[in-house]
Structure formats: structure tokens, C-alpha cells
Design a protein around this ligand. Structure first.
Ligand code: AMP
Length: 475
């Protein structure tokens, strides 16, 4: 659990399997990871299967920093998996970079995991008592050690036994000496989808198959999106077959709603929902729920922009580009203290003064967590001459920690947990502030859905109601 006050996002996984042993999967995984870089910028890694042996490279940094052309060319393999990481469980250090690779008596496997296990400590202790050694503090190593321990029962049984034991959120890619496996937790909290590559002699008449956290990565390597991996489903791809089964009888879809709000790329489809469309609808709904008379609506790049377009359409407010974001500043969340976070935010966003001067401006962002970004934006807009600044947020107030893959700060640092909307508005220095309602957010993702335990989405960080029981909150 995070004891610093940083909030990190989750990870991205990507896997490719070619039936033809001469094909090169590693370079496709490399490009796939580039498209998933927004899901994790701390470490990157690729494990590849070449002539029945699994080799890997991983390290701290961006995909382009960890993998030179030379490294990629040396990582040959007709099947490969890759991972980009932000720490959500375990610290930020090279030992926790993924994929994890295990060479054991019966063979070798590699695992890349997006999500957080809620019972990792218990499983780890049981494994340690049974003499299993760990090299990292990551919960994902628990998964690979469980699979390795059960491997003598055969791959399918090893997977089902492992998966029945672990609790929490997981989208997994597993590479064995003859298969690529994808699995998604029974609630499908983290996304995972299946794609195919060209036509050939492999299973399903395809030349190759892809597993990816987001469909944008399938597009990036020229693949064709096939479908989402279902909650509680395991997909096993081998040279001759694509086998799928459901390992859990109790599946209840509870996809992370924050994927649509912030994490996912707008050109991705997550569980059949087009992320861009969901963000546009969120803006339209905000416009219906909390319109204000204004001369201009602007969005905070990147995820606030579609919502600003939607708000403009719904209210008739002219849409413009008022904020420019530097593409080269890392995520402000990972700065170690408030001072450096504020400096990073200052470098990250700037105002187009000529666009906002003298105007009543509505500014839309995806979320407020600590309030650092919003406070700064209100201040720079006012300094640039905006007459009024009205903040609109296309997620409800973040009041509760996430236990399923987002490393939220302490509850006391969630500004909406400590303040009413009016207090928050005053502390940001805005002329008005409004958040989308929980019902509005659901409607934006899945028009027609209603707020209930079975809405299909996890809203835990907004409502405190989680799809899986979580041990007593200590924050
Ligand atoms: P804050 O500045 O603490 O209020 O955080 C809100 C800002 O950070 C918004 O501009 C979001 O786009 C961005 N944000 C929201 N969630 C995350 C996250 N998990 N990781 C990094 N940035 C985020």
C-alpha cells in the first residue's frame, strides 16, 4: 500500500503469438508497448520464446529507453509478451519490472500482469512456507510462482488452480514454451482484448494472434481487433489451436470506470465502448447537469478535450483551445513532494492568452485528486485575463482509495474527501465548480445503464462500493 502521497496509474500488457516459428513477435511487442506507454512509464520489458527457450530484457524507463534496436534484434522469438509498468503494488525498482520469468524443472514461463491482487500477502506467505523464493516485492511474482508450482498438472489445470487462488484485479498475459495465454479476473476490472494478424495457417486461419490491454495497440501493429477477453475467461493460443474457457462460475462485470475517464487512449475500445465517445458524452451530460453562461469552453489536454467538445455541443458554448500541454513532461503525480509537483504542473500546462482574455471560460478536466492541477489552471487562466473561470469535472469527486490497480494517495490527500464542493471551489479560486454525477458518468460510458451493484462498472473510488471485498481500509 502506498505510504507516500503519490498516485500512479496501472500497467499495460501486450502479447503476440505466431504459428510460424520464423516470424518475429518481439518487434511487434515493442511497437505494441509504445502504444501502451500512457499506461506506465516507469519500466518496460519483453520476454520472447525462441526455440523452446524464453529470454527477456527489462529495465527502468520508457520503452524507447529500455529497448534499443540492437536489443530488440537480439530478442528473437515467434511468440513474446511485454509490459509497461507504474508501481501499484511493490516499490519502484528494477526487481519489480515485468515480465517475470521463471525457469523451473518442467520448463520456463513468463508472466506480465496489469492489476493488483488483494490477497497477495497471504498467498506469498503460503508459498514462502512451502519453500518458494521471491526476488521482488511485486504481487505479480505470486502469480508466476503459483503457476510454476501447479505446472506438473498441465498448463490448463495450473492456470485454473492459480486463478482460483488469487483475488483482486488482473489482466494477464502468460508465455509458456508452446503457448500464449490471456486471462482476466472474474470482474474484468482491468481491460484485455484479443486481436489477429493477417491470414495464415495458424488457428482460426490467422497468421498470428495478439493480446493487448487496449485495442489501440492492436491497431498500431496492423492487427485486427477481434473481441474483448471476457471477465473470468482464459484464452490459450498454441500453434494448432485457440482454446477459450471460463474458469469462474461467478463472474460479474465491474470494469474500472476510470479507464474511460482518464487511463485509456481515446482511440481504444474497452469492453465494446469507444472511449472517445464516452468522453464526448460525459461533456454533454455535464452540460445538461451544470451549464453556466460562458463565452468559451476549453478542455485540459488530453482527456478533458473530448468532454469540452461535448459540453460545447450540449450548451452551445463555443469550443476553443485555451490550454497547451507540453508533451515532454512526465506525469506530475510521480513527483515526490508538493513543491516539485507544482513546478511540474507549471511546466506542463500553459494558457493561450489571446483565446481566453476578457472571456467567461468553462474549463473541463477529467478529475480532481489533490487539486494541484485545477488550482494552477484557475490561477494561470485568471492571470492571462479570463473574466470568469468555471471548472467542470467529468468524473465525480474521488473520495475513496482504489484497491485494484491505481495507487491512490492517502484518503486525507484526496481533496474531495476533506472538502465540500463549495469549499473546494473556494480553495481553487474558481467562480464555480461542478462534478458530473455518478449516474451521469455511468450514462456516459453505457447509455441506458443505471446505478446498481450490477451496473457493469467499478465506481469504488467515487462511491466506496467495491466489486470485491477489501480488507479494512487503513487510510
Ligand atoms: P490533481 O492535480 O491531484 O487534482 O490530479 C488531477 C489531474 O491529474 C487531472 O488533470 C488528471 O488528468 C490527472 N490524473 C488523474 N488521475 C491520474 C492518475 N491516476 N495518474 C496520473 N494523473 C492522473
Amino acid at each position: 500500500m502506498n505510504t507516500s502521497d503519490k498516485l500512479n496509474e496501472e500497467c499495460g500488457v501486450f502479447g503476440v503469438f505466431f504459428s510460424d516459428p520464423k516470424k518475429d513477435a518481439s518487434s511487434l511487442v515493442y511497437y505494441g508497448l509504445f502504444s501502451l506507454q500512457h499506461r506506465g512509464q516507469e519500466s518496460a520489458g519483453i520476454a520472447a520464446l525462441h526455440e523452446n527457450a524464453i529470454e527477456y530484457r527489462k529495465g527502468m524507463g520508457l520503452v524507447g529507453e529500455v529497448f534499443t534496436q540492437e536489443v530488440i534484434s537480439s530478442l528473437k522469438g515467434s511468440a513474446a509478451i511485454g509490459h509497461v509498468r507504474y508501481s501499484t503494488s511493490g516499490g519502484s525498482c528494477p526487481e519489480n519490472a515485468q515480465p517475470f520469468v521463471s525457469h523451473f524443472k518442467l520448463g520456463s514461463i513468463a508472466v506480465a500482469h496489469n492489476g493488483t491482487l488483494t490477497n497477495a500477502d497471504v498467498v506469498r506467505e503460503l508459498l514462502e512456507d512451502a519453500g518458494v523464493g521471491f526476488t521482488s516485492s511485486s504481487d505479480s511474482e505470486v502469480i508466476i510462482n503459483l503457476i510454476a508450482k501447479n505446472y506438473k498438472k498441465g498448463l490448463e489445470k495450473a492456470l485454473t488452480d492459480t486463478i482460483k487462488f488469487i483475488k483482486g484485479s488482473y489482466a494477464l498475459t502468460v508465455l509458456t514454451e508452446d503457448a500464449l495465454v490471456g486471462a482476466r479476473d472474474p470482474n474484468g476490472i482491468r481491460p484485455l482484448c484479443l486481436g489477429k494478424l493477417g491470414s495464415g495457417h495458424g488457428p482460426g486461419g490467422a497468421a498470428g494472434w495478439i493480446l493487448a490491454s487496449e485495442s489501440c495497440a492492436i491497431d498500431a501493429v496492423g492487427g485486427e481487433f477481434v473481441r474483448d477477453v471476457e471477465p473470468g475467461e482464459v484464452v490459450i493460443i498454441t500453434k494448432d489451436d485457440l482454446l477459450s474457457f471460463t474458469f469462474s462460475e461467478k463472474t460479474r462485470r465491474a470494469v474500472c470506470s476510470f479507464e474511460y475517464v482518464y487511463f485509456a487512449r481515446p482511440d481504444s475500445l474497452i469492453d465494446s465502448v469507444d472511449v472517445y465517445g464516452a468522453r464526448i458524452r460525459a461533456g454533454e451530460i455535464l452540460g445538461r447537469e451544470s451549464a453556466v453562461s460562458a463565452d468559451l469552453v476549453i478542455g485540459v489536454p488530453d482527456s478533458g478535450v473530448p468532454a469540452a467538445i461535448g459540453y460545447g455541443r450540449a450548451t452551445g458554448t463555443p469550443y476553443g483551445l485555451g490550454i497547451v500541454k507540453s508533451k515532454y513532461v512526465g506525469r506530475t503525480f510521480i513527483a515526490p513532494d508538493q513543491g516539485s509537483r507544482e513546478r511540474a504542473v507549471s511546466v506542463k500546462h500553459n494558457v493561450i492568452g489571446s483565446e481566453v482574455r476578457g472571456k467567461r471560460v468553462v474549463i473541463i478536466d477529467d478529475s480532481i485528486v489533490r487539486g494541484t492541477t485545477s488550482r494552477r489552471l484557475v490561477s494561470i487562466l485568471k492571470t492571462a485575463g479570463a473574466k470568469e473561470v468555471h471548472m467542470r469535472i467529468c468524473s465525480p469527486p474521488v473520495r475513496f482509495p482504489c484497491y485494484f490497480g491505481i495507487d491512490t494517495p492517502h484518503r486525507k490527500d484526496l481533496i474531495s474527501n476533506m472538502n465540500s464542493v463549495a469549499e473546494l471551489c473556494a480553495s481553487l479560486g474558481a467562480d464555480s465548480l461542478a462534478f458530473i454525477s455518478v449516474e451521469g458518468l455511468l450514462e456516459s460510458i453505457d447509455p441506458g445503464s443505471s446505478r446498481s451493484e450490477y451496473s457493469g462498472y467499478c465506481l469504488g473510488c467515487f462511491t466506496g462500493e467495491y466489486p470485491i471485498p477489501v480488507a479494512g481500509e487503513d487510510r
